[in-house]
Design a protein. Sequence first.
Length: 197
Amino acid sequence: MKFLYDLFPLLLFFAAFKFYDIYVATAVAIAASFVQVGLFWIKHRRFETMHVVTLAVIAVFGGMTLLLHDDTFIKWKPTLVYWILSTILLASQWFGSKTAIERMMSSQIALPSTVWKRLNLSWGIFFAVLGAVNIYVAFYYALDLDEETRRNIWVNFKVFGLLGITLVFVFAQAFFMAKHIQDKPGPGETPPNRTTD
């Protein structure tokens, strides 16, 4: 259910694009992102980093798309979100006592510290690469085609391509984690050695 909740601004963007155009879709995505963050706050009394980063970027770049009637800005949105997340993850690799991935997931799963660092690094690199791939598809792929066709290709790639690539990566990471999961200690028990692999 949370997976669908996280995706509903993207799904509404796609539906609005198919029925109307990129500008209506952008407005719908901005509104849906505000609703998403607001509902999450009402239910949990906290914000989720991914929701806030996405809202901030789409509010600014989506707003510029609508104001200037130029879809260049909304095409940059996925790249900026991915690169912001990549920067957060990679910075936590060297600063702080725990990586960002460990801070998010260590309450549910126990892994050696070296594994947390590998996971964190792989996600940081993955997001950096996704951002670059989005730029390629949005601005450099199939330049021989007309603008409307290229816009359709980008929207389909944004919704299905980026999501599909991410799901494959998630499954690969889950398989990797499964090989290293440690039993979480009970009350009063000594935690497992976190310095071993």
